[in-house]
Each structure stands twice: as structure tokens, then as C-alpha cells.
Design a protein around this ligand. Structure first.
Ligand code: NAP
Length: 279
């Protein structure tokens, strides 16, 4: 009989819809977070990346794990390596949420985690999502409230992905062995610039939302002024370089290959999240 699936970051952006998707497939799910709260009917388990003493109870009865890094951590390799090693030692299949584009350079911490999986000997699937559409009601919500999304994206376009499509993709990867040993780029159905995104949000929300292209220094001071630690603000600024270069614009087949359905558009994201975007 199949074991349980451990979902790390279960109360996060991807974790919440992933728990739901797995429950809908009839899986037994352990929802891990520091609070250990039960999520959406899944069994809650207290887990902290920084505290290996929490790993044993989290992995009890588990044969598959969804590994992700919560936002806010710069050194993803140091954060994730202990839990990945714990999973490998227990021969647990790992589905890793990585990041679009990290396969360009083996020195990138996320790519280093991918390489650990590739050499691990356990079944694994690597998912590389592009920029989340859901950032518009996360990071960029305060700007939208004030009528302007101010980011250093230049004229770059991104094939934004809805977190529900990442969750559906991860649920597929966790519940079949068909995709084991593979890596998938996960994107939305089309590349959209921040100016176009602002216009779309303006139309859906019925209020002015503009795009303001700013430079890295202005972006970092905006973020630190809003309480984001300087190292993470600098990290976020740095990851707009690939956006300006056009490297986040490709569209992949990953979501459809994994789930059998096409990824949701930014329009669908905006319509479905209208209430939270407008709140
Ligand atoms: N945003 C994007 O555009 C984008 C694009 C591509 C890839 N990504 C990647 O996706 C990751 C973020 O995914 P997400 O937005 O789904 O994550 P998220 O919402 O930031 O994850 C938060 C979850 O992690 C848990 N958590 C936080 N600190 C923890 C700790 N020390 N130990 C255990 N659990 C902890 C939280 O619960 P508790 O607080 O209760 O512990 C919560 O369940 C980023 O690291 C990024 O690399 C993001």
C-alpha cells in the first residue's frame, strides 16, 4: 500500500492548492509547517528546515515528499540539503520545486540541489516554475493598491504561471512514476510584459494600475522601506536581470505534459483572484 505524501510549506502559496489537489486524488497527506496546523483536512505536522529534530516525525509513514523553499531564504542549498538528505536516507521519492532558468548555471544554489537529486539514487522529479502570477496579490499588491507596479523589469516579458498549475503539476509528479528522473519547466500559456499585466489588472479591477519601470537601487530601497531584509531585497532585484534580458519569456509544455490540461492565463488568474486583488 502506498505511503503518505509529506508536503513542505503546506500553508504557502503552492502548498495550499497542492494539499487540496492531492486530497482530491485520494492521497493521505501530511501538511508540514512550523505551526504544524492541519491544512484543508490533511494531517498537520510540525516541521522546521532549521531543526532536524522535527524530521523524524514528519517522515513517519511517508514515501513521497514535496520539497520547496519558503520565500525569504537566499541560501536555498543550505536550507534544503538536510531535509533532502533525510529523504534520500529513507528512500523517499522527492518532487523538488526549483526555479525556471537555474539549469543555465551549475553554481546557482537551486541547481546544486537539483544535482544532489540527480545523483541521489531515489526517484525524483524537478519542477522549474517561472514567475508566479500570484505575486500580483503578494509582493506587488501594495503597489497595485497605490495604482502602480514598480519593478526593474524593463520591457521584459514573463510567461507567468498560476500557483494552481504548479500545484496540479506537482500532484501529478507525486502520484505517478511516469515522470521520474525528469525536469520540467513550468510556465503560463503566453509571455506578458509588466505594462500589459498592469493594463489587464486595471481592466479587471476597474481602477487605474500603471507599470513603473524602476532601476535596481530604487527597487531595493522600496522593498527595504517596506521591511524586506536588505539581502533578500538585493536578491529579488538581481532576479529581474533575466526578465529584462527576455529569458523568462519562453513558454513550455510542462504543465500540459504533467497534468493533461493547459496552464491558466494571466487573465484567468486575475479574474479568479479579483476579490483578493481588490481587497
Ligand atoms: N514567487 C515567484 O515568482 C517564484 C517563481 C519561481 C520559483 N519560486 C520559488 O518558490 C518558493 C516559494 O514558494 P511559495 O511562494 O509557495 O512559498 P511560501 O508561500 O513562501 O511558503 C511558505 C510556507 O513555508 C512554511 N515555512 C516557512 N518557513 C519555514 C521553516 N523555517 N520551516 C518549515 N516551514 C516553513 C510556511 O509555514 P510556517 O510559516 O507556519 O512555517 C508556509 O507553509 C521561493 O523560494 C522561490 O524560490 C517563486
Amino acid at each position: 500500500m502506498a505511503g503518505k505524501i509529506l508536503v513542505l510549506g503546506a500553508s504557502g502559496n503552492v502548498g495550499q492548492p497542492l494539499v487540496q489537489a492531492l486530497l482530491a486524488k485520494g492521497e493521505a497527506v501530511k501538511a508540514a509547517s512550523r505551526s504544524g496546523k492541519a491544512i484543508a483536512g490533511a494531517e498537520g505536522v510540525t516541521f522546521d528546515y532549521a531543526d532536524p529534530a522535527t524530521f523524524e516525525a514528519a517522515f513517519a509513514g511517508v514515501d513521497r515528499v514535496f520539497v520547496m523553499s519558503p520565500a525569504g531564504y537566499v541560501n536555498v542549498r543550505d536550507l534544503l540539503l538536510p531535509v533532502v538528505e533525510a529523504a534520500v536516507a529513507r528512500k523517499v521519492k522527492i518532487v523538488l520545486q526549483s526555479v525556471f532558468g537555474v539549469d543555465a548555471d551549475d553554481s546557482i544554489p537551486y541547481r546544486q540541489m537539483e544535482i544532489v537529486l540527480e545523483k541521489s539514487g531515489v526517484p525524483y522529479v524537478i519542477l522549474r516554475p517561472n514567475w508566479f502570477a500570484d505575486n500580483f496579490h503578494g509582493y506587488w499588491k501594495a503597489g497595485i493598491d497605490h495604482g502602480a507596479i514598480a519593478v526593474p523589469a524593463g520591457n521584459g516579458k514573463s510567461s507567468f504561471i498560476d500557483v494552481r498549475d504548479i500545484a496540479d503539476s506537482a500532484a501529478a509528479a507525486l502520484t505517478t512514476s511516469r515522470f521520474d528522473g525528469k525536469a520540467f519547466n513550468l510556465t503560463g500559456p503566453e509571455a506578458v510584459g509588466y505594462g500589459e499585466a498592469a493594463a489587464l489588472l486595471s481592466r479587471v479591477l476597474g481602477k487605474p494600475v500603471a507599470y513603473q519601470a524602476i532601476d535596481d537601487a530604487a527597487f531595493v530601497s522600496l522593498l527595504t522601506g517596506a521591511g524586506v531584509p536588505a539581502d533578500y531585497a538585493n536578491f529579488l532585484a538581481a532576479i529581474f536581470h533575466p526578465v529584462r534580458e527576455g529569458w523568462t519569456s519562453p513558454v513550455s509544455e510542462g504543465v500540459e505534459t504533467l497534468t493533461g490540461h493547459k496552464p491558466r492565463s494571466l487573465e484567468t488568474y486575475a479574474q479568479d483572484n479579483r476579490a483578493v486583488l481588490a481587497a
